[in-house]
Design a binder for this molecule. Structure first.
Ligand code: ATP
Length: 334
């Protein structure tokens, strides 16, 4: 198989810190690889090496068949890169930013203008094209930044935490833009701390922790690695939660986590469901929610690493993960 991005045994050290500790990656052409991992896992370091911005201390990597060290120039002509911190010029308008990049890439003025207009239209920025980027919202800036990385029609795109710090609506908008790129056949490597984002967009996922790939596969394959489904039970009456916990603990043999008024526990045997129903019925407890579902990527990450991606406590409300991570990241901007 021809891989658009391939890395073998990448190592990068910063003094005592081992940022990458022997990372292998392989992204087939036209696919999106989600690189998932908490702060400091090594995601940005890997992207910077693949984008020719950083030399590895060990290992090899190629993009589009070109070696990232020996053929960096050819690699650069194939790739686009969007970082966590939008790199647009705040004082320039949207259209000026894109035209400037076209000119820097050697495009004639008329073509730069055409390409800028096309991208602004595609990213729903046409109305704001004549405004200085400093007046854009966070979501608009990210879209402009992404548009900027596409001026040169890259075959391979690196998106380094493209939605970190964005509100949920802007995040969803950006996801639909990324889906459009995938439909065009662009190969994408996207790093994220958001499990939901990897779940939504990625064909394949690798999980980074402490500079290593600790798991890889499709979202479904990763979910299957926990070997468990998740049982969720929410009583109609909130004061029955304690009884529910007791019943679930007895039947499943594990104490459930409490999550927003629900008892949540991994189960290996689906037969526990009717058993739980019977016991609750005997106790006169009515459940408004009673479900067996596949484990989420949050739970997969927790099962593999023993912690959630944002380093939160394991028992924290799982549904709160995305926003908690965004808040934590925003704090680091301040
Ligand atoms: P984040 O989500 O915070 O961007 P990340 O997964 O992208 O995290 P990296 O930025 O690649 O992680 O960092 C990996 C490790 O290398 C971290 O421990 C980080 O502190 C360290 N590191 C990264 N860049 C440097 C540098 N220029 N000098 C020293 N240490 C660095």
């Amino acid at each position: 198989m021809r891989y658009a991005i391939q890395a073998e045994g990448l190592v990068k050290r910063y003094g005592e810190t081992v940022a990458l500790d022997g990372v292998d990656l392989a992204v087939p052409q036209g696919r999106l690889l989600g690189v998932l991992g908490p702060n400091g896992a090594g995601k940005t370091t890997a992207v910077r090496i693949l984008a020719t911005l950083l030399r590895p201390d060990g290992g090899t990597a190629s993009v589009g068949g070109f070696d990232v060290i020996r053929q960096a120039h050819q690699v650069r002509s194939l790739i686009g890169l969007t970082g966590q911190y939008a790199s647009v010029d705040e004082m320039l308008t949207g259209v000026e930013n894109l035209v400037m990049i076209g000119r820097l890439l050697g495009m004639p003025r008329a073509e730069s203008r055409r390409r800028a207009a096309e991208l602004l239209e595609r990213f729903a920025l046409s109305d704001a094209a004549g405004r200085a980027a400093k007046t854009y919202s966070g979501g608009m800036r990210r879209r402009l930044d992404l548009a900027a990385s596409l001026v040169g029609r890259p075959q391979v795109l690196f998106l380094d935490e493209p939605t970190t710090g964005l509100d949920p609506r802007s995040r969803t908008e950006l996801w639909s833009v990324v889906r459009g790129l995938m439909a065009d056949g662009v190969t994408v490597l996207l790093t994220t701390q958001y499990l939901e984002e990897a779940d939504q967009l990625a064909d394949d996922i690798v999980v980074f922790d402490h500079g290593r790939v600790i798991a890889s596969g499709t979202s479904d394959e990763l979910k299957a690695t926990t070997g468990a489904q998740i049982l969720e039970v929410r009583p109609l009456q909130a004061d029955h939660l304690e009884l529910v916990v007791q019943v679930v603990s007895d039947v499943v043999g594990i104490s459930p986590e409490l999550n927003g008024g629900k008892a949540v526990v991994p189960v290996r045997d689906p037969a526990v469901l009717p058993a739980v129903v019977r016991r609750l019925d005997e106790l006169g407890v009515v459940a408004t929610e009673l479900a067996l579902r596949k484990s989420s990527l949050d739970e997969v990450f927790l099962a593999i690493t023993g912690h959630l991606p944002q380093d939160g406590p394991a028992s924290e409300n799982v549904e709160g993960v995305v926003d908690t991570a965004a808040t934590a990241k925003e704090k680091t901007f301040a």
